[in-house]
Design a protein around this ligand. Structure first.
Ligand code: ADP
Ligand code: ZN
Length: 520
């Protein structure tokens, strides 16, 4: 297929947009559109997806329909287009009757070049019917990953969008997204009934985002320290539950951070207020559930922190992708406790649908591999999107502060025998208290201060032992009995270590990763 575009298109690029060159992929995608071909466009956030359908819309005879999930996003784009002198409008539920009539009139007169609609509107029977009488030239579907049930952000109305294709079978469809793994890509193509689409896969790499993973020890404190280090930079903190969102936002406010909570359970007004405040830099940090973020066009977000582990790399990539849209250095930091992974897995298993469980299991396994990786995080991430590289990136915690191994046999023996001495009846914190010789009353009451293992690990920190015990669990030497308050129990595999028959390499605990990798 020819990559070059008609001269009038390049002229619009210069005259209307004032750009001197295309970004990677834009030319190929636009020429597919101009030739009337369906396409699936995967470009990272900030890659320039909008231009891919806007420019062809300006040279097409007829109207380009743009399906977009958020009113604010539509309005931003429509205003930008109108400012450039392009006839564009947004059709959504919040219009007044008069505004609606104006759009109708423009549609009738055939002057409109781009019409943005929400998926709900686009699917209304009267609208679908109306479309058939209009000269629709192209259909663009933004945030197309919402179509896929296997994507991390499925929206039922998106799942119905094939009805547009049915209503307008001759009109080429362009689906665009910044996150979709292979399963999701295939699903988008099938569900939209795309015909032999031109697929453009841009690089998913966001080189200016530094990926960091910090093991959770005292998570609340770790997060607060991290945010304080940011000194007023703009950021988003994602949490798994509404309750935690509110708690964290409050703590940060107490620390003097201009923070606000955001989740779907808060009043609409309040959410809008927070959103506006964030965009205007009146609020520095938004603590949010995943309900926050899509369509927020804020270029100077400097960090995205995850307090809880997301369920897929797609979700993680999309959420961290909101940082550093301006191309300047930014950070994505994940606070990770291997125990959280067990919890996520239990949630996944509780779902009814067998196929869904299978796919979610797979997706989470990949996410867990990212979090527990001993190699470059970016390699793991890109690898997941089938982009292969052989060199570490130099801009992630593993590259900047490589994990080191040491002979941990003696410490493993101390920890394992301590588990044995407390009769395999106690959880991690208790075992650590015994190891470190805690003076707590509970230990005295249980006479655990009389045990031979009491205080044998006093020279090491709480975090150190936590890391050792987690590694022993990870290696299958210990299990946590979830039916008995997560009491630690020895497995068969622990015996040869206890008897001194084999040695054990452990990874040095990585404390304060975010502090160590700080540039200034
Ligand atoms: P995406 O939707 O892929 O996240 P956008 O379409 O919002 O990205 O584009 C990101 C930014 O890049 C916008 O500010 C846009 O104006 C700019 N941009 C897009 N294409 C070009 C280009 N060819 N030359 C210069 N700037 C561009
Ligand atoms: Zn790296």
């Amino acid at each position: 297929m020819s990559l070059s575009l008609p001269a009038d298109v390049s002229k619009i690029l210069a005259d209307v947009y004032g750009y001197t060159a295309y970004r990677e992929g834009q030319e190929a995608v636009m020429s597919a559109a101009i030739q009337g071909r369906d396409s699936l466009v995967l470009m990272p956030t900030g890659g320039g997806k909008s231009l891919c359908y806007q420019l062809p819309a300006m040279v097409a005879d007829g109207i380009t329909l743009v399906i977009s999930p958020l009113i604010s996003l539509m309005q931003d784009q429509v205003e930008a287009l109108q400012a450039m002198g392009v006839e564009a409008a947004a059709w959504h539920g919040s219009l007044t009757a008069e505004q609606g009539n104006q759009i109708q009139a423009k549609l009738q007169a055939g002057t409109l070049k781009l019409l943005y609609v929400s998926p709900e509107r686009a699917l209304m029977p009267f609208f679908l019917q109306r479309l058939q009488g209009l000269p629709i030239a192209n259909i663009a579907i933004d945030e197309a990953h919402c179509i896929s049930q296997w994507g991390h952000d499925f929206r039922p109305e998106y799942g119905q969008l094939y009805r547009l294709r049915e209503a307008l079978p001759q009109v080429p469809v362009m689906a665009l997204t910044a996150t979709a793994d292979d399963t999701t890509q295939q699903d988008i193509i099938e569900r939209l009934h795309l015909r032999d689409p031109f697929v453009y896969r841009g690089s998913f790499d966001r080189p200016n985002i530094r990926y960091l993973v910090e093991e959770k020890f005292k998570p609340m404190k770790q997060l607060r320290d991290y945010v304080k280090q940011q000194r007023g930079a703009s950021g988003i903190v994602y949490c798994g539950s509404r309750k935690r969102v509110e708690e964290l936002a409050e703590r940060l406010q107490q620390d003097g951070v201009r923070a606000a909570p955001y989740h779907a359970g808060l009043e609409h007004e309040l959410r809008e207020h927070t959103l506006r405040g964030f965009v205007r830099d009146d609020i520095d940090v938004v603590v949010a559930t995943v309900a926050f973020g899509m369509g927020i066009n804020k270029p100077n977000v400097r960090f995205v922190a995850h307090y809880d582990v997301p369920r897929s790399i797609e979700a993680y990539y999309q959420e961290t992708g909101r940082a550093g849209r301006d191309g300047l250095p930014a950070e994505g930091v994940l606070f990770y406790d291997p125990n959280d992974a067990n919890w996520v897995r239990r949630m996944i298993e509780e779902q009814q649908d067998e196929e869904r469980r299978r796919i979610e299991r797979q997706k989470f396994t990949a996410m867990q591999a990212f979090a527990e990786s001993q190699t470059c995080r970016r390699l793991v991430l890109l690898n997941y999107f089938n982009e292969y590289r052989d060199k570490g990136c130099g801009n992630c915690d593993i590259c900047l502060d490589p994990p080191t191994q040491y002979d941990g046999t003696v410490d493993a023996q101390k920890a394992l025998s301590c588990v044995y001495r407390v009769s395999q009846q106690f959880g991690m914190n208790h075992v650590i208290d015994v190891l470190r010789g805690s003076k707590s009353q509970r230990l005295t009451e249980l006479a655990h201060d009389q045990l031979s293992t009491f205080g044998i690990g006093a020279e090491q920190s709480q975090e150190y032992w936590q890391s050792v015990l987690r590694q022993l669990i990870h290696r299958g030497l210990l299990v946590q009995n979830i039916r008995r308050f997560a009491a630690l129990e020895l497995t068969e595999a622990a015996r040869p270590i206890l008897r001194g028959e084999i040695a054990l390499q452990l990874a040095q605990p990585r404390l304060n990763v975010t502090g160590k990798t700080r540039v200034t």
